[in-house]
Design a protein around this ligand. Structure first.
Ligand code: UDP
Ligand code: MG
Length: 314
């Protein structure tokens, strides 16, 4: 039977924690009673350096609820790092780990289906939001455009999937080999490979309290996603360089023609051509330097070069 762990990052979640803890442990008890998960299954609350009573609450839950475990980070390191800390800790005792937010916006009832897919061989099960009708137009538009931009930049992300997912121990062991510090998990996890599946769910309203993701943090995460996953912006610079070289080439021809038919003011031709030519050369040079910096950047991440799924041998 599967030993299933939940990992719940919490930052200043005192308003919502008692309620989400009781909902989660009710779910875990239900799954244990139905013999879908083993009695060793646990729920790990990760305190991401909260400044309110969150850790006291987690300590309280730990002493009264045998399902609960607590992990406290030394200071606030942000959602992605807190999540990673929880996942890598939980994987030691689990067959599979589900990550979800403390406000339970992610539907706990989708976990049954995730478990089914896991038992049918999927190492990673992505929770994907069905509709975004509860979001404001602004949030929906920006979020969906963002996923599309990431895709165009060559990053593999699952559309409308955030950090609600189930991962097998094997997948988490592989994730641990990605030692980079600029963490954007939803872009990293699809790089792991292995069989995967998708479960659709409706994202709910926050149970209580306020969002811990103000616009500034959200923009920082979005930018992290682009820069951690893609060096394609550098290529755009190279492209711009090549384009302006082409423009200068056309200008040269055009100006020579104008010169020949005598329809030009003296000085204009050399000025125009040199502006475009030098600009183009500079952009091209920056782009080429950037290509190497991009390579150094990727090398410095020391990502695993391959992951073996199966090795058949006698
Ligand atoms: N969170 C965290 N560290 C932070 C910010 C947020 O661990 O620095 C957690 C937070 O407690 C919650 C999850 O990340 O469990 C998602 O945050 P939130 O629900 O506020 O984001 P939203 O759903 O509004 O995007
Ligand atoms: Mg939330």
């Amino acid at each position: 039977m599967t030993t299933l762990f939940a990992v719940v990052p919490c930052f200043n979640e005192e308003d919502v924690l008692p309620q989400s803890a009781s909902m989660l442990s009710a779910k875990w008890n239900e799954l244990i009673a139905a013999e879908k998960i083993s009695a060793d299954s646990r729920i790990v609350f990760v305190d991401d350096g909260s400044t309110d009573r969150t850790w006291n609450l987690i300590e309280g839950l730990f002493s009264e609820n045998p399902l609960v475990r607590g992990l406290r980070l030394s200071r606030n390191r942000g959602h992605q790092n807190a999540l990673l800390a929880g996942l890598l800790t939980a994987k030691e005792d689990a067959d599979a780990v589900v990550s979800l937010d403390a406000d339970l916006q992610d539907d706990v009832d989708a976990i049954d289906e995730m478990l089914d897919k896991f038992e049918n061989g999927a190492d990673i099960v992505y929770g994907v939001r069905r509709a975004r009708d509860k979001d404001s137009f602004f949030k929906r538009f920006t979020a969906e455009s963002y996923y599309k931009i990431l895709k165009h930049l060559g990053a593999k992300v699952v559309f409308n999937h955030a950090d609600f997912r189930l991962m097998s121990k094997r997948a988490l062991d592989t994730l641990a080999e990605y030692t980079e510090t600029n963490l954007f998990l939803r872009g990293l996890v699809p790089m792991i490979g292995y069989p995967n599946a998708v479960v659709y769910y409706d994202r709910k309203e926050r149970l209580a309290g306020e969002s811990k993701y103000p616009l500034s943090k959200m923009l920082a995460l979005a930018w992290e996603g682009v820069t951690a996953l893609s060096v394609r912006p550098i290529r755009l610079v190279t492209g711009a360089g090549v384009c302006s070289l082409f423009v200068s080439l056309t200008l040269i021809i055009y100006s020579i023609v104008r010169l020949c038919i005598g329809a030009t003011v003296s000085g204009w031709t050399s000025l125009m051509v040199s502006i475009w030519l030098l600009g183009g050369l500079q952009l091209l040079a920056i782009g080429i330097v950037g290509e190497y910096i991009g390579k150094i950047y990727l090398e410095s991440k020391r990502r695993p070069r391959f992951t073996v799924d199966t090795y058949l041998k006698k």
